[in-house]
Design a protein. Sequence first.
Length: 148
Amino acid sequence: MTWIDPLDCPYYLVSRVALCMTTRFKRRLVEAGFTQVKPAYLWALMSLWRADGLRVVELAREATLETSTMTGLLDRMERDGLVVRTADPDDRRTLRIYLTDEGKKVRKPVIALAQSMMDELLMGIPQEEISVVAGVLRHVLLASDESL
């Protein structure tokens, strides 16, 4: 199928929606005073909020990022005071990532901000339609060679 109109092209729509949501979330974080938290950190933070002390490889897999990309992200997250890297006591060649007190403290308000933003953006859309879209996107993500 050939798409002439970008508004009919799923790739265009997904990428533009993601950009708009990221921009809005970044603005919300700054307005709320969470300048140390960046939208790019969210998936890594969510993984660590579920299971603190993950190895870099595990965290990259959880956040669906390449290990090399995860390293740069962790550099910034460490600089912003959200995580620390510690040698694994069982294998000193391996690093484990732990949340700092600040990384733990921002959990509830950051999740609340993200949820509030999503509620506003999806207001008026029936839950059934949201579930269908989420299912389609999940299917595409899981089918992609790049996703996991």
